[in-house]
Design a protein around this ligand. Structure first.
Ligand code: SF4
Length: 348
């Protein structure tokens, strides 16, 4: 066990000095676990993916919830399951149909990986462990642990932004969680909690606590099951934890896409020139990184740290062997990004 970490977390002066340290750490985690599970059972929100143990539905919800809020996900989740009620339906679907159902949710590589993995999982079934699931496209450490614990009861802990925040505050950990070693310490702590039993409730409890009580702002410690034991609360350090990672500096890009339309078809190329929407079909064109924002360019779009200023050029025709001519009505299916729609909106 990572006792070094646990001792770091148990500095409170009010702990009995002559109780063996290991017992203190064990007791503390046992009690945390009990309080957390009880709190979750009482306070969990009623969400559509919580009524089933079907690994496909749990997996789908976990993938959709990455980078997206619960409120935004619910209608997509329902629509997706209506179209593809089982992993077999998803595996049998054409990629265009999957992308169309995902359009608007963003981060489209999630949908591509979901579809790819479904083809394997429909044929061979879901492995019941995180170690087995992580072999499939799009299953990172978080998703594989979430699915294995919630659907199959494997005693493995999850670690996402919510869990990092809750554990860092509860234990007063000033860790650079974005680096491997400190992150592993938090993972170990989460694993220890899950090992104490009911991993589906432990993991969902941690995530729920982070989403509804131990939030980034307006923290509601009064409603927290750990409020009397929380180190950050005692030390008035709630706002300081977890440590904040320096943001990637925003880059200014000027993109000059060429929109060529012929017979209700538009020319696209596989993107090997722009730093966003990589390897996806986008308009041909040119791009440059600039120091200053161009003054006369009103069309603008942001993707992660790319601040994109767009100057559209309309052409009647275009030649080239690398062009893909796509029906205008199919564009959303081929590339659902709102950036392409924004560009097209300028010329239609
Ligand atoms: S007491 Fe407050 S800061 Fe500590 S874990 Fe609970 S909600 Fe978070």
């Amino acid at each position: 066990m990572a006792w070094s970490l646990q001792m770091k977390t148990l500095k409170n002066k009010d702990l009995e000095k002559n109780i063996p340290k290991k017992t203190l750490a064990e007791n503390s985690l046992n009690e945390d676990h009990k309080l957390l599970v009880q709190w979750y059972e009482k306070n969990k929100r009623s969400l559509p993916w919580r009524i089933s143990k079907d690994p496909y539905k749990i997996w789908l919800s976990e993938v959709m919830l990455q980078q997206t809020t619960v409120t935004a996900v619910i209608p997509y989740y329902d629509k997706f399951l209506n179209l593809f009620p089982t992993v077999q339906h998803l595996a049998d679907a054409a990629e265009n149909e999957v992308m169309a159902a995902w359009a608007g949710l963003g981060y489209y590589s999630r949908a591509r990986n979901l579809h790819k993995a479904a083809k394997h999982l429909a044929e061979n079934g879901f492995p019941k462990t995180a170690a087995g699931l992580i072999e499939f496209p799009g299953f990172g450490p978080y998703t594989s642990r979430a699915v294995a614990s919630i659907a199959f009861g494997e005693r493995v802990g999850v670690l996402d932004g919510n869990v990092i925040r809750v554990l860092s505050r509860r234990h007063g950990l000033h860790l650079e969680w974005w680096n491997n070693k400190p992150r592993q310490e938090l993972q170990t702590l989460s694993d220890h909690l899950a090992l104490l039993g009911a991993p589906e409730k432990t993991n969902q409890g941690l995530m729920e606590l982070g989403a509804t009580v131990c939030t980034p702002k307006k923290v509601m410690c009064i409603l927290c099951p750990w409020s009397s034991k929380c180190v950050a609360r005692k030390n008035d350090a709630v706002e300081l934890l977890p440590l904040k990672k320096a943001r990637k500096k925003t880059e200014i890009w000027v993109w000059k896409p060429i929109v060529a339309i012929k017979d209700k078809k538009v020319a696209l190329v596989k993107n090997d020139y722009a730093p966003f929407l990589k390897n996806q079909l986008i308009f041909p064109g040119q791009i440059s990184m600039e120091k200053n924002k161009p003054k006369d360019c009103k069309l603008r779009h942001s993707i992660t740290h790319h601040d994109i200023f767009i100057q559209v050029e309309l052409k009647k025709n275009l030649a080239g062997t690398n062009l893909h001519w796509v029906n205008l009505s199919e564009l959303k299916k081929v590339n659902p990004s709102s950036l392409l729609q924004k560009v097209l909106g300028q010329v239609l």
